[in-house]
Design a protein around this ligand. Structure first.
Ligand code: HEC
Length: 367
C-alpha cells in the first residue's frame, strides 16, 4: 500500500520525521502516524489476508496523490496537491485462478475482488466515491488552507507563480487558475479533452507563456471502467496548448461524437466459463481494457467489439495476434483456446449486464 495520503514533514538537516498530517479525509487503513518509529498506526482490518475478510481501502493502491506534480509557493508557504479518492477492494487469494502467475497482473490480493461485483448499487457507489480535489496544504500547521473539489479522479498536476496564481487542468477538460492564497477561481476554460499533465511557465522576449498538454490517460483511466465517472463523456485529444495574455488563437471545433451501436450477442457461456473469464480478464486484460470491459476511450470498448460474434474472430485477435502491430499482442503463451472462449463469454456477459443495468453510466465510448 502506498502512504502518500499523509504529508511527511522531515528535518532537512538530518532527515528526522517532524510531523505527518493527513491532506485528505476518509482515510480508513490507518489512524495516524507514530512519529517515534516512523510507521503508520494501522487499522487491523486493513490486513485482509490476516482477517480473511474483504477490506475496501481509502485511498486504494493509487494513493490520495499519484505522480501528477504538486507545487510549492514560497510566498504563501502552501503546497498545492492534486489529490484524489480512489477506493480499492482487497480480499485474500480465494481461488486457483487468483494465485500468483509468472506473467500477468499480480497484486497480492484476489484479482476478482478488486473488480466490481454484479450489483448496480456497487457501480453507482464506486462512481460516487471516486473523486478529485485540489488541496492547498500548509506544512507549518499541518492543516488544509483551502481546497477545491473535482467530480472525478486523476486530475492534472499543479503549477504556482510569484503572481499569486495556481494553475491546474482537470480530467473533465477544464483549465483553471486560482488565487494561490485564497483558492478563489479566476479562470475556467473548456479544453475539449481531459488533462493529466502539469502546466509550465516561461518567458521569451519579455512575454510570459503558460504551456500544458491536453490528453487523458495513464494507469487509472485505463483500468477505471465505470469509475471514470463524468470523464467517460470527455474525449481524449492530445494537444500542446501555449497561452499568453492577449492571445487570440481559438481551438478548432471539437470532433463530433456519435453514440456507438450497442448490440451484444446473446450469452453462450456457462456460469463456470463466465467466472473463469472474469479471473483471466483481471489477470491479463483489465490493465488496458478497464474494469468489466468498460473502456474509457483509449483502447476499443470490448463490449461492442465485432470480434465477440464468433469464437474464430475473437481468437484471431486474442490468441493469433492479428492486431499485434497496433499494440494488441497475442496471449497464446498464457491462454488456451478454452480460456479465450471463457473470456469471450465474460465480455458478452458484461456487455449484456451493463446495457441492462447501467445504460447511461457505462455507455460504450469511442476512441
Ligand atoms: C497492453 C495493453 C493491452 C492488453 C493488456 C490487452 N489489450 Fe486488447 N487491445 C489493446 C489495444 C491497444 C487494442 C487496439 C488495437 C487496434 O488499434 O486495433 C486492443 C484490441 C483488442 C481487441 C479488438 C477489439 C476491436 O474490435 O477492435 C480485442 C478483442 C482485445 N483487444 C481483447 C483483449 C483481451 C481478451 C485481453 C486480455 C487477454 C486484452 N485485449 C489485453 C491493448 C491491450
Amino acid at each position: 500500500m502506498r502512504r502518500e495520503r499523509l504529508l511527511l514533514h522531515h528535518d532537512r538537516s538530518n532527515g528526522k520525521l517532524i510531523d505527518a498530517k493527513p491532506f485528505v479525509d476518509g482515510i480508513n487503513w490507518a489512524t495516524g502516524y507514530d512519529l517515534a518509529t516512523g510507521r503508520p498506526i494501522e487499522n487491523p482490518e486493513a490486513r485482509f489476508y490476516k482477517t480473511g475478510k474483504p477490506f475496501i481501502a481509502i485511498p486504494g493502491a493509487l494513493g490520495a496523490h499519484n505522480w501528477h506534480p504538486m507545487s510549492y509557493n514560497p510566498a504563501t508557504g502552501l503546497v498545492y496537491i492534486p489529490a484524489q479518492q480512489i477506493p480499492q477492494g482487497y480480499l485474500q487469494d480465494m481461488t486457483e485462478l487468483d494465485k500468483r502467475k509468472v506473467v500477468g497482473f499480480n497484486i497480492g490480493s484476489s484479482l476478482t475482488a478488486t473488480m466490481l461485483p454484479d450489483d448496480k448499487a456497487a457501480y453507482r457507489a464506486a462512481v460516487a466515491a471516486t473523486t478529485g480535489r485540489l488541496v492547498a496544504f500548509d506544512p507549518r500547521s499541518g492543516k488544509v488552507a483551502w481546497a477545491v473539489d473535482h467530480p472525478a479522479a486523476w486530475n492534472g498536476g499543479t503549477m504556482t507563480t510569484a503572481g499569486n496564481l495556481v494553475f491546474q487542468g482537470t480530467s473533465t477538460g477544464r483549465f483553471r487558475a486560482y488565487a494561490a492564497d485564497t483558492g478563489k477561481q479566476l479562470l475556467d476554460l473548456d479544453m475539449q479533452s481531459g488533462i493529466v499533465s502539469a502546466p509550465s511557465t516561461f518567458r521569451v522576449g519579455g512575454v510570459q507563456y503558460i504551456a500544458f498538454q491536453t490528453s487523458k490517460g495513464g494507469a487509472f483511466p485505463l483500468v477505471a471502467g465505470v469509475a471514470g465517472g463524468v470523464t467517460r463523456k470527455v474525449p481524449n485529444i492530445p494537444r500542446l496548448v501555449v497561452m499568453k495574455i492577449g492571445g487570440t488563437v481559438k481551438l478548432p471545433a471539437p470532433p463530433a461524437s456519435a453514440a456507438l451501436a450497442w448490440n451484444p450477442p446473446p450469452q453462450f457461456g456457462t456460469l463456470a466459463q463466465v467466472t473463469a473469464g472474469k479471473a483471466h480478464f483481471g489477470r491479463y486484460c483489465i490493465v488496458c481494457h478497464g474494469d468489466s470491459a468498460i473502456g474509457n476511450g483509449f483502447t476499443p470498448d470490448l463490449r461492442v467489439s465485432g470480434t465477440l460474434a464468433t469464437a474464430d474472430a475473437w481468437k484471431g485477435v486474442v490468441l493469433d495476434g492479428m492486431l499485434k502491430d497496433r499494440g494488441m499482442v497475442s496471449f497464446a503463451k498464457v491462454l488456451t483456446p478454452a480460456d479465450a472462449e471463457a473470456l469471450r463469454a465474460y465480455v458478452i456477459d458484461r456487455s449484456n449486464w451493463t446495457k441492462a443495468n447501467l445504460p447511461d453510466a457505462a455507455a460504450p465510448m469511442g476512441r
